[in-house]
Design a protein around this ligand. Sequence first.
Ligand code: 3HC
Length: 300
Amino acid sequence: MNSRLIANSLRSLKVQNVSVVGSGLMGAGIAQVAAQTGHNVVLNDLNEAALGKAQAGIEKSLGRVAKKMGDEGPKFVEDTMSRMTFTTSIEETAANADLVVEAIVENLGIKQKLFSDLEAAASAQCILATNTSSLPVSAIGANLKDTSRFGGLHFFNPVPMMKLLEVIKANDTSDEVFQAMLDWGKAMNKTTVKCIDTPGFIVNRLLVPYLMEAIRLVERGHATKEDVDIAMKLGAGHPMGPLQLADYVGLDTCKFILDGWHQEYPNEPLFNPVDTLNKLNEEGKIGMKSGEGFYSYKKK
Ligand code: 3HC
């Protein structure tokens, strides 16, 4: 290919129309930030109830951002919302997308099927990406006809506040697609870091064992959960202590990640099951979103 053609094909990967599949906390946050940064956004979920909940959450979060913008605030909210469309149709989601980011349930089979459906409905240039936090990226895209258009875009909760985006090169991600994902991260006002498709990428590979070690320390009776949280906030400068953060991430998510890694690497002691985490999950106490985890979040 001559240099002019290469330049043209690179230019064609510029991302303006972004679709997000899955309107939970992460998907809604990704859609919100994409719309805030001037992209046209389609947010997809299985039913209207989920989309309605996501829209209300996005409006609330935009309100928190707008509060700091003075007189510009109301227009910012209005402009951002005007760039968003909500749909349950996969065809509508994929039709005009330059990029689709998937943020649905962490189930390999369901994700693979979704990407096959998306590929069938999307243009040949459309980039397909997963926000998975625990599954191998390459496995999620394995059934695609064109695996070179596929990679990982891993965001952090709460997406509007967290500055980082991990950009993951899967086995077959082309250089052009990888570069376009990095460029899009910048356009989203995120700082990007690159990582290969390795369990936990950078942040979760370090964060999840740290959270589990904090729980084990409390289990051994070496300190109270309150003191562990205070210690890491004031002694290490973290915005939240590890037990608070585990509740914030979700104890179901923590368990899902840990169990998957333990199954894959049974000899790694850092990935061993954690009794308290299992017990709280059995009791349905999965953190902030359920009203209780290590701490209670029930309104008094
Ligand atoms: N949308 C918009 N603005 C928000 C927001 C949101 N969802 N959450 C917080 N803010 C802003 C608001 O301006 C808020 O002020 P307001 O209450 O007047 O609106 C301001 O932040 C301060 O928020 P809070 O008073 O609620 O509390 P904090 O000062 O502690 O900030 C925090 C909240 C940003 C969540 C901070 O505690 C933090 O950074 N915690 C660590 C989060 C973290 O580590 N996330 C990564 C988890 S790992 C992950 O996601 C990966 C996955 O794969 C598991």
